[in-house]
Design a protein around this ligand. Structure first.
Ligand code: ATP
Length: 140
């Protein structure tokens, strides 16, 4: 059976995850409270729905409980990101990946039961720094 994913928050990060998973043939439910964002993903994701992820009833209605892996890609609104993560852990979602905005946010996400916390700008900065170093070594 195909694994099912949900991406909450369709900004640059969440949108890119949603596109890649869809291109790899995964079932993806794209969720955002902004109608324009949702419309952008109508033809990309398997389902694209308008919902506020801080509303437990809405997430339940979407059948989020049956999703194998949920990615929370809400950045700026740390409160919404934390509340969404708490709801997902309470619902017993098997795997939850959350984008952290800063170190304190990351710490809280780990405490409330996120399985994986990512910090895209920091992680990408590290990777690029390492790749610059290894390219420079090869250049000598
Ligand atoms: P990026 O850098 O990836 O573009 P960002 O870190 O600036 O994103 P935001 O713009 O804060 O993050 O949020 C990403 C998306 O999450 C936005 O499209 C926003 O509409 C959506 N979003 C924020 N709060 C909620 C919510 N409570 N429910 C659903 N979607 C939400």
């Amino acid at each position: 059976m195909k694994r099912e994913f949900a991406v909450i928050g369709l900004g640059r990060f969440g949108g890119s995850i949603c596109r890649e998973l869809s291109m790899e043939g995964m079932e993806v439910m794209a969720i955002d409270h902004d109608e324009d964002k949702v419309n952008e993903y109508k033809n990309i994701a398997s389902h694209a729905v308008i919902a506020d992820s801080t509303d437990e009833a809405s997430l339940k209605e979407l059948g989020i409980k049956n999703i194998d892996h949920v990615i929370v890609a809400i950045g700026d609104n740390i409160q919404a990101s934390i509340l969404t993560t708490v709801i997902l852990t309470d619902l017993g979602i098997k795997k939850i990946t959350v984008k952290a905005q800063n170190d304190r946010h990351e710490k809280i996400l780990n405490k409330i039961g996120a399985d994986q916390v990512v910090h895209p700008e920091r992680d990408m900065g590290k990777r690029i720094a390492h790749s610059i170093i290894s390219n420079n070594i090869l250049d000598y």
